[in-house]
Design a protein around this ligand. Structure first.
Ligand code: AMP
Length: 284
């Protein structure tokens, strides 16, 4: 596995790969890697000749009061995991390499970013879209992999790729979970033992809602209420629990097609998210 720290090194390595006719898959991450990230890399490895992973804790997607400085980092361990998962090139840029002081362009996607994490984290998706478009331009992948743990991010990036006619496929990857159902997240490392034992309540609530949906329940407030109830039994503080229409992410008063049941919950200052798609996502 090659390690690149500059844009020029990435371009140099990939020029050789492309000249050899190889296809390229990209999985953007912020590091502190776990099996959720590695499932993206394994998919990329299956579907492409060359798999690239970027590790960059992107400052522009964090709000001023958020956990940028506390975000876990572990470069050496990440590189070991990536080499074992089939990664060919890891891109580890500095903040200065990605954001020269004179940079003044921001990429925004309207509409889809209004609700959920867009409301809770103003500016977050502009930071995501800007860094993702930069990574797409640097790597020029044939396929890019995004986890459905961040379902809104997946739909936003997919829209960005469509709207700007980017010549690549944006591929969704299923959520990987711990044995107790907690969605894998780099932020889980920051939970205390008590918080870690309580955090699976988010997924328990989501599963209760999925079960109720399977039994025919269609009232959004009842489905949302099941998650609120499960989290309410813990020290978790709800940021949002919402049911939105897919793929627009718009508010929904009645379920008519596929929808996204999504939750964000604070345990102390650690903000965790989880979700489930209700209904048939085929054709989204
Ligand atoms: P992050 O490092 O949190 O920015 O995540 C990088 C990528 O990994 C994003 O596309 C995430 O959606 C994806 N990802 C993170 N956690 C999981 C998980 N538990 N299951 C599947 N994908 C994940």
């Amino acid at each position: 596995m090659e390690i690149a720290r500059t844009i020029a090194e990435v371009r140099g390595f990939l020029a050789g790969e492309r000249a050899a006719g190889k296809t390229v898959g990209l999985s953007p991450t912020m590091g502190a890697l776990h099996d959720g990230h590695l499932s993206l890399v394994r998919r990329s490895d299956e579907e492409n000749d060359c798999s690239v992973v970027s590790i960059f804790v992107n400052p522009t997607q964090f709000g001023p009061a958020e956990d940028l400085s506390k975000y876990p980092r572990n470069e050496a361990k990440d590189c070991d995991l990536l080499a074992a998962a089939g990664c060919d090139l890891v891109f580890l840029p500095s903040v200065e390499a990605m954001y020269p002081p004179d940079a003044c362009t921001t990429v925004t996607v309207a509409g889809l970013t209004d609700g959920l994490c867009g409301t809770a984290r103003p500016g977050h998706f502009a930071g995501v879209c800007t860094i993702v478009l930069k990574l797409f331009n640097i790597v020029q992948p044939n396929r890019a992999y995004f986890g459905l743990k961040d379902a809104q991010q997946y739909f936003v990036v997919r829209q960005l790729a469509r709207d700007l006619d980017l010549p690549l496929q944006v591929r969704p990857v299923a959520i990987r979970r711990e044995h107790d159902g907690l969605a894998m997240s780099s932020r889980n490392l920051r939970l205390t033992a008590k918080q870690r034992s309580e955090a699976p309540a988010i997924n328990q609530g989501i599963r209760a809602a999925q079960h109720a949906y399977g039994q025919g329940e269609r009232r959004p407030e009842v489905l949302v209420g099941l998650i609120r109830e499960a989290v309410g039994r813990t020290s978790g503080v709800i940021d949002y629990v919402e049911l939105v229409e897919l793929p627009t992410m718009g508010p929904l008063s009645e379920i008519s097609g596929p929808s996204l049941l999504a939750a964000a919950v604070f345990f102390g200052d650690v903000r965790l998210i989880d979700n489930a798609i209700l209904g048939d996502p085929e054709g989204l």
